[in-house]
Design a protein around this ligand. Sequence first.
Ligand code: UTP
Length: 291
Amino acid sequence: MIRKAVLPVAGMGTRVLPATKVLPKELLPVVDKPLIQYAVEEAAEAGITEIVLVTAKGKDLLVDHFDRSPELERQLEERGKTDLLDIARSTCPRGVTITAVRQPAPLGLGHAVWCARPVVGDQPFAVLLPDDLILGRPGALKQMVDQWADTRGHLVAVENVPLEHVSRYGILDVVEERGQVARARGMVEKPRPEDAPSTLSVIGRYILDPVVFDVLERRQKGQGGEIQLTDAIAATIARVGLAGLRFQGTRYDCGTKAGYVAAIIDQALSHPDTAAAVYAHIQALNIRRAA
Ligand code: UTP
């Protein structure tokens, strides 16, 4: 069973500056919930009971978000706002504990995951990158946990991207595709289009065998001078295997401005508090454009 999940949130978020100058990227809201809470809820739905946030200097607000807020709760209670009280109290899903470890310097995603090793221990674990928001039912990690029961080893979430975008992703070298599952013999971080073994790209959800820690421990730098998670996965495929799952759902790269705005529009069109007004607004925009 997969019970532990690592959420690396120590990156700088430079692509959405100035929003992230002070505010951690993972606290950016999509309608009314910050990205980090979507990821935590997705993990809880998948049966995760222990979440490790890998944070950095200036990111303590991320941990605060999951704490109780006695002053706020007292105020809401006094005013009889029970529905809001429930929302404020349930940022951390029931049955889930959230702890934090620090990444002392932004040495790369692989290094961030390695920093969680003392909490993860020697068991398979999940990794979720909260800036990859995936809206789907069931959640992407739940789909992966169900699949992992058959495949074991390393399992990553994948989707096809246009060839000209492969240099933004980890790309699988596929040996066999069966239904939604692609078995891979290799994985390359940010290849040039002419070098890419496929267009099947890794999205920010992983279930990993702890053998990756053996490689991450060596602190070898890869693409961009960073310690890459992709390299550690690729180096351990011979030992445990690697498969990619084409998940059901829509993924938004909220680490980019366009992806973040798309997530807000789509979520606003399905959220009961905003759907009607936002739909009317978009229709009015179309009329104005046509005129
Ligand atoms: P990104 O590649 O999106 O980097 O990291 P970033 O720093 O967050 O954003 P940009 O590129 O400057 O805009 C992917 C994930 O890995 C985490 C990030 O927090 C994000 O969840 N990460 C990255 C770390 O935790 N530590 C690192 O050293 C690097």
